[in-house]
Design a protein around this ligand. Structure first.
Ligand code: DHB
Length: 304
């Protein structure tokens, strides 16, 4: 039995599609079809965004780099599309929003609350829009606290808020503490590492249209595990842990570090959608072999 409970919400299994892996609304139906326990939507912003120049996603030997540039239809149009999706899908939907101004976060979260997602994820940390939009709020302890506090105040007490944190900070535990003190219900971590860059040596040009992009995939897993470990040590909130997870063993590792739910995204780009059912089968084998009745027994186990 792979069920886990997170903030009182039941997930059939701990695997969650992280934000941004699927982009158009129609593609999000693939998550339920392929056995995921939950799905996070591509971040919505105030205005529609076309996205960065192509190519936006490239592979390298230890993962992928992406610089989508928060392509999305904008909240005014997007919210109706997401409402239909939330009504139609059986698995919990985590609705992601992105802004660089506190007031915009409040507006986005208030609009999204009306369509009743299971949770609202505040993307405090997109690495690809810094020049254009300014520094993401999640890069600072105070700015993280200010964003979460304002959103918390605007929403109903029962609406669940997840703060998605960046690994690209000096002390992620301190950022998590600020989010907790400001009223976040849970932490999700990590967002992509970097930004990074890969150069095509034949063309002598950067591979990505945007030159730089966020790094994900197995190369960042040790960073993600350490961040989840630090967050677990710093706050009492439940954690949705992600970063480079590709196998059942990686899921177990992330749970031992402190995660209750585990995001698996880039692995799909590398290995196809079959990996979700493969991970679930292998998790069941792991549980049987290790006499584990409830996966939640593992959470934080490496700290004991
Ligand atoms: C994008 C957003 C992110 O939060 C991230 O980690 C990587 C890429 C984007 O849309 O460009």
């Amino acid at each position: 039995m792979l069920k886990v409970k997170f903030l009182g919400i039941e997930f059939e299994n701990p695997l969650v599609m992280p934000s941004g892996i699927l982009q158009e609304v129609a593609a999000h139906y693939l998550a339920e079809k392929n056995g995921l326990g939950g799905i996070t939507t591509k971040s919505m912003t105030m205005e529609p965004r076309e996205g960065n120049p192509l190519p936006r996603v490239i592979k390298y030997e230890s993962g992928i780099l992406n610089s989508v540039g928060l392509r999305n239809p904008g909240i005014a149009k997007g919210v109706g599309e997401w409402e239909k999706f939330i009504k139609a899908t059986r698995i919990p939907v985590l609705a992601s929003v992105f802004a660089v101004k506190v007031a915009d976060f409040v507006h986005l979260a208030t609009e999204v609350e009306k369509i009743h997602p299971a949770m609202i994820e505040l993307n405090l940390s997109c690495p690809n829009t810094v020049d254009e939009l300014g520094q993401p709020l999640g890069m600072g302890v105070e700015s993280t606290g200010a964003a979460v506090k304002a959103v918390r105040k605007a929403l109903k007490p029962e609406t669940k808020i997840l703060a998605k944190l960046s690994p690209n900070v000096g002390n992620i535990g301190e950022v998590a503490k600020a989010a907790e003190a400001a009223g976040a219900d849970a932490i999700s971590a990590i967002n992509t590492v970097g930004p990074g860059m890969v150069i095509d040596i034949k063309r002598k040009k950067p591979m990505l249209g945007n030159i730089v992009g966020g790094v994900s995939g197995p190369g960042i897993r040790p960073v993600a595990v350490r961040c989840v470990w630090d967050i677990y040590n710093s706050v009492k909130l439940p954690i949705l842990g992600m970063g480079g997870v590709e196998t059942a063993n990686d899921v177990v590792e992330m749970m031992l570090a402190g995660a209750t739910l585990v995001g698996v995204g880039s692995a799909w780009y590398r290995h196809g959608f079959g990996i979700y059912n493969q991970i679930k089968t292998d998790l069941e084998i792991y549980m049987k072999e290790n006499k584990i009745n409830n996966l939640q027994e593992l959470v934080g186990g490496a700290h004991e």
